[in-house]
Write a protein that binds this ligand. Structure first.
Ligand code: SF4
Length: 360
């Protein structure tokens, strides 16, 4: 494959088609890191909102390091995989701490790590993210292999080895190392990622017909492009049944002769490390199936929630009570303050459903 042909076609295509994304218009390693972690969780349109919120709330790494973990989790709410938000916060603290020990009087601005190895050593930063930061921020010759790039390489070279196994990763890495434009790594990585996102998309439609790399594409020539890339077989999904109890107590209040009603509920922080660690939810019981334990008149909501390896069958039962039950580990809060807590995605879905028909 002629590398110079690939580069010239790819860069011309990129010039004509690239989207203006704030994290591609900056060389600030901290901003690039934030965007990369957020975009592992979501698509560009939704990721943009989160990115802009994070950057405006914590514009520098030292601001994020000084934040409360609960605040970071709350801003992350809705993205799932909260361990990524925790690692983000932990890494920010580590960066600031390591500077403190170098610069005891803290006279200089906190500097983001500048080498691939330093980046790779931070929690939550793997080869991909370290490569992305090193190339986008510092124009260093490291590949940034995201799903889009795996797809482009698999098709260009007609590789049918699963890309998500150890052997597959090694093979793809070797190929991208060979193709990478070492004179312009920032441009190369940006262009190939965007090319995968917009041109060499999972469903190809007629994209191959307008593709500037068509004459160099082995997948197109062999008619295999649409079947690539190949993944390893998915592990079996485990079913789980969770019953949540939403206790609601209403209290009447009089102020200036006007009566209003406050709603209270109880929530607890999840301490088991299996899912949603340290997030808040309603008191929960797990069982081997969902038995109907509602009493007459009680409302309930049923939701199915799919995680990467688990399918959660959840029932939320609403209990209107005169007195809150005393359940160890729970805290009593006003219903309207629920959003002040980092809640699991499933809990948010249930609350959203209840907002349509409030629990009082
Ligand atoms: S010809 Fe088709 S499969 Fe090959 S790189 Fe272009 S869009 Fe992708």
């Amino acid at each position: 494959m002629l590398k110079s042909f690939i580069y010239s076609q790819l860069y011309q295509w990129y010039e004509r088609n690239r989207r203006i994304l704030p994290w591609r218009e900056t060389e600030d390693a901290y901003c690039i890191w934030l965007s990369e972690i957020i975009l592992q969780q979501t698509r560009v349109a939704q990721g943009m909102e989160y990115y802009l919120r994070f950057v405006s709330r914590w514009p520098r790494v030292e601001d994020l390091a000084a934040a409360d973990e609960a605040e970071v989790l709350r801003e992350w709410q809705g993205l799932g995989y909260y361990s990524r938000a925790r690692n983000l916060h932990k890494a920010a603290k580590m960066i600031v701490e390591s500077q403190k020990s170098k610069d005891k009087r803290q006279k200089t601005k906190v500097e983001f790590p500048r080498t691939f190895e330093e980046l790779r050593a931070l929690p939550g930063i793997g080869d991909y993210t370290a490569g992305a930061i090193a190339s986008f921020a510092y124009d260093m010759p490291y590949p940034a292999m995201d799903g889009n790039v795996y797809r482009v390489i698999a098709r260009l070279l007609d590789i049918d080895e699963p890309f998500d196994t150890t052997a597959g990763k090694k093979l793809f890495h070797k190929q991208i190392e060979e193709i990478l434009d070492r004179d312009h790594p920032r441009l190369f990585n940006s262009a190939i990622m965007e090319f995968g996102a917009l041109q060499c998309t999972p469903a190809l439609g007629d994209h191959c017909e307008t593709c500037p790399l068509q004459s160099a594409c082995a997948g197109y020539a062999h008619g295999t492009a649409e079947l690539l890339p190949v993944r390893k077989p998915r592990p079996k999904v485990r079913d789980r049944w969770l019953t949540y109890h939403i206790y609601i107590k209403s209290t009447d209040r009089y102020a200036d002769g006007i009566q209003s009603t406050d709603l209270f509920t109880i929530i607890q922080r999840r301490e088991t490390k299996d899912i949603w660690y340290h997030l808040y939810e309603f008191p929960c019981e797990e069982s081997s199936g969902l038995e109907d334990e509602r009493v007459r008149g009680e409302r309930s909501i049923e939701l199915t929630h799919v995680l990467s390896h688990q399918k959660i069958h959840a029932r939320f039962i609403i209990h209107k009570v005169q007195k809150m039950p005393e359940i160890p580990g729970t805290i009593r809060i006003r219903w309207e303050d629920l959003n002040d807590y980092a809640l699991s995605r499933l809990t948010l879905r249930a609350i959203d459903r209840l907002r349509l028909t409030p629990p009082n």
